[in-house]
Design a protein around this ligand. Sequence first.
Ligand SMILES: [Zn+2]
Ligand SMILES: [Zn+2]
Ligand SMILES: [Zn+2]
Ligand SMILES: [Zn+2]
Length: 471
Amino acid sequence: MESPFKVALQLCNDASLGRYLVATRPLSPGEIILKEPPLVRGPFLHTVPVCLHCGKILDNTSSRPCSKCGWPLCGGEACENSPTHQPECVLTTAKGSQINIKNFGIPHPNYQFVTILRALHLKQTSPETWRKLMQLQAYPISMNIAPPNFICNFFKLKDWSEGEVMKICGILTVNGHELPLTHPPQLVVYDRASYLEHNCRANCTKTFTDEGEILLIASEEIQEGDHLSICYTDPFWGVENRRQHLFQTKEFWCICDRCDDPSEFGTHLNSIKCPNRPCDGLLLPKSFLQEVSAWNCDKCDGIFSNNNISLLLGKIGQELAKMPKEDPKVCKQFLKKHEKVLGPHHFYMVDVKMALSHMLASQNFEDLSEGDLKLLLQITGELRMVAEKIAPAERRFLGLILYRFAKASIEMARRGENLEEFYSTLTKSKETLMEARDLLKNEPSLLQEGRMHLQIGLEMKLIDDLLTKNK
Ligand SMILES: [Zn+2]
Ligand SMILES: [Zn+2]
Ligand SMILES: [Zn+2]
Ligand SMILES: [Zn+2]
C-alpha cells in the first residue's frame, strides 16, 4: 500500500531547504501514519545516575559498576553485555580509564556524555543510521554542556571531528523526544518523525510502543496535501506562554492559525471578563502576534491597557504557582475567587479544573458528594469541549476525560433511582466509553493510559451484562 505521507522540501527564510511531512492521501482519525524505531536512545543530558542498561534510577546499594568501563548498571554480567550499553562501554574502555560515579540521587555531569557517545558510535557500527542522523537539523542552541573539544579530549576520540561532535549535540537538542516508558524518561531521536512540523493545534498525535518505537496517529480528518504536525509545547497554555516557550526551546515565533486567533477557536483560553458593570463581555487584544497594547471588550466599547492586565495576570499566575493543587478545597476556592475576573476557560481556570478533575476522579465515585459529582461532570464536560477545539491531538487526555465523564454520569444516574433513566444513561455512557477506548487504543501497556484501555474494555463488558439483563 502507498505510504500515507511523504517527506517534502520547502525554502526557509534563511534560504536553506527545510523538510516537512505531507499526507499523500486522505487520512481518518485514529489511523496510524508512521511507526519507526529510534535512531538513538539514551539518558537525558542532565540526569541523576541511572542504569545504562534498563534506565532505572540507581543508588549506592543498587549500583554495580561495569567491570570494563565503570559506568553504573543495576545488574551483573547480563547488564554489562547488553547491546544497549555497548557504545559507551566500548568508547570508555578505549580511552584507558574507567568512569567513577559515587554520588547518587543528584544530577551527575558525566551523564551528559552517554547519549552523545551512543550517537557517535553509530558512525562505526551502523553507517546507514549515522547517515540518517547526520541529515537532521542541528542549529546552534545554548545547551549547557561541555564543549566538543572537551568531549573529544576526555574520551580520546580520534575518528570524529569536533564539528561532528558539535553537530550531534545540536541534533540531540533540536530533535530529541521524551520517551516516557521509564522513570526518568529517556531521550530519543527518530528519523522521519523529526521532520514533523509544529502546530499549536496539531493534526497528529505521537505515542510510543513498549519497544520505544514512535507511532504517529491522525487525530482528525486529514486531506491529501495537508502538512502533518505535532505540538512541541503544552497545548493547554495560553498563546503568549506557548510562543515564548517555543522561542526559547526551538527558536521560532509561532504564527499558526491558533496563535493568529486571539479567541483560540472560540474557547477564550486567554479572555478576561469585562470589568464594566453590568457588561458580561470578554476582553481580548486584536492580535497576539504583534505587541499587545490594549484589550477590547467584545460587547461594550471598553478598552483596557495591556499593562494593567499583564499585572493582574502575573499576580494570579504567582498565586497559582504557589498553590497546593493536590488539595481539592484549594482548587475550588481558586475557581470561586477568580471566576469574576477570568473567563471560565481561561488557561489558568483550565489548569485548575484539570487538577480538580484529577483529584475528584481519583476517589471512589460512590464516595463523592452530590456536589462533587456534579462538579466533576461539569468540569469534564468543559475540558472535553476545550480539548476538542484547541487540542484534538491530545488523545490520551481526551480519553481520560471521556472516561471520567462516563463514570460520573453512571454514578449520578445510579443515585437518581429512576430505573428507566439509569438504563438510558448506561447506553449513552457505553458510547462515551467506546470513544474513550478508541482514543487510547494505541497506548503502550507500560503506560497508565494503555492499562486504562484494557480497564475500559472490562467495564464495558459489565455494562453490557447489565443492559442484557434488563432486556
Ligand atoms: Zn538495569
Ligand atoms: Zn561497560
Ligand atoms: Zn501557534
Ligand atoms: Zn464590556
